[in-house]
Design a protein around this ligand. Structure first.
Ligand code: HXC
Length: 517
């Protein structure tokens, strides 16, 4: 064999060795836990045959605790680029078969390299997490590596989409990289995220808690809102990431991809003409409205289990990607509270950062009152949503279906927050407050001296309702651009979006605003 062929053979052998990560035994162990390896995950995530691996021959440089005798090619993370539906993405997948996927200095350098490449190329970054945290043998160098990654997450925020898949452990400070990214997905039963694990919790607070109850997928989907999506399996999770990217542009300077629309844009949805119950205190399901107006009823919901009183997610309208924000009268009457405000605010800012028009469907009785909310700073959380809508310069189309009272009317993308096109259904009630509350304040003294206060207040309430609980009062002042027939909502919103396609609006030059965090 010639010298050259010998060297090629060596290369092929080294590649095969690198592809085994921590070795066959470790791979078997990973499979036995119901988890895929980093390379298997990348293969499922990317278009077939599109993966270009980088830094396959990187090795750690640590000599502490006998580490100089343990080396694995690639060192704990598989990195590179590939395509998803033909569009370039950069990816890193922590390899649990090598030192439990724990982060070494060199591993951090590999991750930072693909993040830098993604920024240069203007392409999304997808991180797949499955790691025991900082590589303990490396100490402070591993910590520095985390900080390098976090800094890049921060710089990439609002420039290229960043998505984190949590497919195994993600604990300690390591959780902050996913938290800094745009979307986090967790697999059920095989992933967890927490700052301090059950053992430390027990020592510090005396609380007994399992990993699953402390930071499993369902906890972060429903209680903390840390994860935006959950998936039953790794395959399902990776497919969801592919789907999500289909709604999002490659970077902040590009438009979201346009897809072919097979759903007639002038489709009349008669059911919407009868969806609002006669009794204003009776709920209806906002999902039915969303499903009726978007293309083919296909809605990719974000944070489905968290703060269910507000619905957020992606859809297409005439093939154009939009972000939908909608109050849900079916849950807590669609009231705005701390969590709903935070949830919607972050989504509105994501859409604005990545050029996705916002379609807002309003049916909101107000902000939730009480000490629980005030002590948890509902003032600041509500202000986040207000700020997010007010600073957003993407096209904003708002449809008020029923209630829209007081502060919550303003917050939900009203005209004065630079709402571009604001429609209302004939059933809309746009007023400073609900009739019963208003009358109780206005006629409190008179009611006391009246011979039949109940009847008197009911009369006044009917008067107030007639005067204010309608869309025409707001339309009279131009605060509502048109009152539309509910069944025609899809067509009117699509026409509004078409009109707004060339919208140009900028905010004053500044270093950055001071959103009430
Ligand atoms: C070095 C690690 C490691 C780590 C796991 N391993 N975590 N090596 N540094 N942080 C190694 C194990 O020694 C083992 O090596 C292999 O990875 C697989 O781990 P197992 O324990 O066999 O796997 P499993 O039973 O599934 O348990 C996974 C685990 C556990 C729950 C993650 O390994 C664990 O508790 N690890 C330590 C987690 C931790 O305390 N991290 C904190 C580090 S400090 P062998 O050779 O036996 O196969 C930190 C601060 C970050 O992260 C701050 C960032 C800002």
């Amino acid at each position: 064999m010639s010298n050259q062929l010998e060297k090629i053979k060596e290369l092929i052998e080294l590649r095969a060795q690198a592809r085994l990560g921590g070795g066959e035994k470790a791979i078997e162990k990973q499979h036995a836990k119901g988890k895929y390896t980093a390379r298997e995950r990348i293969a499922q995530l990317l278009d077939e045959g599109s993966f270009e691996e980088m830094d396959m021959f990187v090795q750690h440089r640590c000599t502490n605790f006998g580490q100089d005798k343990k080396h694995f090619l690639g060192d704990g993370v598989v990195t590179g680029c590939g395509t998803i539906n033909g569009r370039l993405v950069y990816v890193f997948a922590q390899d649990f078969t090598v030192f439990g996927g724990s982060l070494s200095e060199t591993m951090a350098q590999k991750i930072c390299k693909v993040m830098d490449m993604a920024m240069k190329m203007g392409a999304p970054i997808i991180g797949i997490n499955d790691s025991g945290g900082a590589r303990i043998q490396e100490g402070i160098n591993a910590l520095a590596g985390y900080a390098e990654i976090f800094q890049r997450n921060i710089m990439a925020s609002g420039v290229v989409p960043q998505i984190s898949g949590i497919f195994g452990p993600c604990a300690g400070g390591a959780v902050y990289s996913p938290a800094l990214t745009d979307f986090t997905l967790m697999t059920e039963g095989t992933s967890y995220m927490f700052l301090t694990g059950p053992a430390v919790v027990k020592t510090v607070t005396g609380e007994d808690v399992t990993q699953e109850n402390l930071g499993g997928a369902s906890v972060h989907a429903s209680k903390s809102g840390v994860t935006h999506f959950t998936a039953a399996t790794g395959e399902e999770g990776l497919a969801l990431i592919r789907k999500l990217l289909g709604f999002i542009p490659q970077n902040n300077l590009e438009e979201p991809p346009l897809v072919k629309c097979t759903d007639p844009i002038d489709r009349l949805e008669d059911s919407l003409n009868e969806i609002i119950p006669d009794n204003p205190n009776k709920p209806y399901d906002m999902y039915e409205v969303i499903g009726a107006i978007i293309d083919n009823g296909e809605f990719l919901e974000v944070q489905r289990e968290y703060a269910k009183n507000i619905i957020i997610g992606f859809a297409h309208m005439n093939g154009q990607s939009v972000g939908i924000v909608a109050n849900q009268p079916n849950y807590l009457a669609g009231v705005l509270d701390c969590n709903a405000s935070r949830k919607a605010a972050r989504f509105v800012r994501f859409c604005d950062a990545f050029n996705l028009p916002l379609v807002t469907l309003v049916d909101v009785p107000g902000f939730l009152p009480g000490t629980g909310q005030e002590y948890n700073a509902v003032i600041l959380h509500g202000a986040k949503l207000l700020y997010a809508y007010g600073e957003a310069t993407v096209p904003k189309v708002t449809v008020t279906l029923r209630k829209s009272y007081g502060g919550s009317h303003i917050v939900m993308s009203c005209k004065q927050l630079r709402g571009d096109i604001n429609y209302a259904w004939p059933t809309a009630e746009i007023a400073v407050m609900g009739s019963a509350g208003a009358v109780a304040v206005l006629y409190a003294k008179e009611a006391k001296t009246h011979e039949n206060p109940t009847e008197f207040l009911a009369e006044k309430e009917a008067e107030y309702t007639k005067l204010f609980a309608n869309p025409y009062n707001a339309a009279k002042y131009g605060y509502i651009d048109d009152v539309i027939e509910p069944r025609n909502t899809r067509f009117r919103v699509i026409r509004a979006l078409q009109q707004l396609q060339t919208k140009k609006q900028t905010n004053p030059a500044k270093k950055h605003g001071n959103i009430p965090l």
